[in-house]
Design a protein around this ligand. Structure first.
Ligand code: ADP
Ligand code: MG
Length: 352
């Protein structure tokens, strides 16, 4: 009898939906750190402190001095597809890191999440969600800003837990996320602290807020993140083509590396990973570097939101240019020009 074996279609409950979504948004502790720090930046924070224990597997805490969340909004912030950042009418015009309203409910579904926050004009309040079970909003003492603590990530999804790498590898990935965001936001102070073991804490990374105009601030921040040597060997880049604006710094060929580790691309303020960059850099340095050497650069593309789609991937770490050839061509020509000028300057200095 066919009708007895007929599959039944069911609507999944929120907690199942959130655990499924978490699979896409939160791959590892570093993805949780990325979501929480982006929220802090979106909240206008000027100081962000990130603490973690055991590679972020047992504890991640992000403290910010941003706008905070009013007590009545705390449970909403933990609901799926609830966001203060867009109203849904214009998906092309996005100026914040977040807009999907998925990170907090996802993290709360796969770990133990607690948010303590105080918005100006309100008392402090706190809410917890534990493997998808949301608690009550309770009063909490806090001067301002937000503290989000995530414990036991993936305790509710043991299959995912098994895929985590060593504490050391996960900590490294967290450091990488913080460095990328620190380069994207030079006016924000970042502290990254490992509080494993006795909990006393060890600063892994620290970048004070930069001063000056954006270009100066960026140069200073790159010195803090990539090192003095990069900053001293970096050529400023500033070029424009058909609505794409390229800025940033590219290092002299003499500062090249044995692997492509020091190549960073930001599109409309967002750190992205894109093969386009590796290819464009190879093209730009072709005449200046042997094949086993890799150039170092941090490049920022600004363009009207119609020329790029950031909504390609739930973690938003990939973008799609409407005209990838244009972006690539701009990078190659701007860098070649800067390298040729630097070469010319060097040869005239020697001649004098
Ligand atoms: P999204 O960032 O896409 O809006 P999230 O789930 O990450 O979605 O966050 C939901 C909402 O919670 C945000 O839109 C914001 O209003 C609020 N929020 C989250 N983190 C913070 C924070 N650190 N400071 C202030 N508000 C926050
Ligand atoms: Mg967010």
């Amino acid at each position: 009898n066919i009708s007895e074996n007929r599959p039944i279609i069911r609507q999944l409950d929120d907690s199942a939906i959130n655990r499924i979504a978490a699979g896409e948004v939160v791959e590892r502790p570093a993805s949780a750190v990325k979501e929480l720090v982006e929220n802090a930046i979106d909240a206008g924070a000027r100081r962000i402190t990130v603490e973690y224990a055991d590679g972020g597997k047992t504890m991640i805490r992000v403290t910010d001095d941003g706008c905070g969340i009013a007590p009545d909004d705390l449970s909403l912030a933990l609901s799926r597809h609830a966001t203060s950042k867009i109203d849904g009418s214009d998906l092309l015009n996005i100026h914040t890191f977040g807009f999907r309203g998925e990170a907090l409910p996802s993290l709360g579904a796969v770990g133990r999440l607690s948010i303590t926050s105080r918005a100006s004009g309100y008392d402090g309040a706190e809410i917890t969600v534990d493997g998808g079970r949301m608690g009550e909003v309770r009063p909490a003492a806090l001067n301002s800003g937000t503290i989000v603590t995530l414990r036991d990530l993936f305790f509710a999804t043991p299959a995912r837990l098994k895929f985590l790498r060593t504490d050391r590898a996960e900590a490294q990935a967290i450091g990488d996320v913080i460095k990328r965001l620190a380069m994207a936001e030079p006016f924000v102070r970042f502290v990254l602290r490992d509080v494993s073991g006795d909990g006393k804490g060890r600063d892994v990374f620290r970048a004070e807020a930069e001063q000056g105009d954006l270009f100066e601030a960026l140069h200073g921040r790159l010195a803090q993140v990539l090192g003095r040597e990069f900053a001293e060997n970096a050529l400023p880049i500033d070029a424009m083509r058909e609505g794409l604006h390229l800025t940033g710094f590219a290092a002299l060929p003499t500062y090249s590396r044995g692997s492509a580790v020091a190549q960073y691309l930001f599109v409309n303020g967002r750190p992205v990973r894109d093969k386009l960059l590796t290819g464009a850099l190879r093209g730009a340095y072709f005449d200046f570097l042997s094949r086993d050497r890799h150039p170092a650069a941090a490049l920022f593309v600004e363009c009207p939101p119609t020329l790029v789609d950031v909504n390609v991937h739930p973690a938003k770490s990939e973008v799609r240019f409407r005209d990838p050839g244009l972006a690539r061509g701009l990078i190659v020509s701007a860098l070649r020009h800067a390298l040729a000028e630097a070469g010319h300057r060097a040869s005239t200095t020697v001649a004098q």
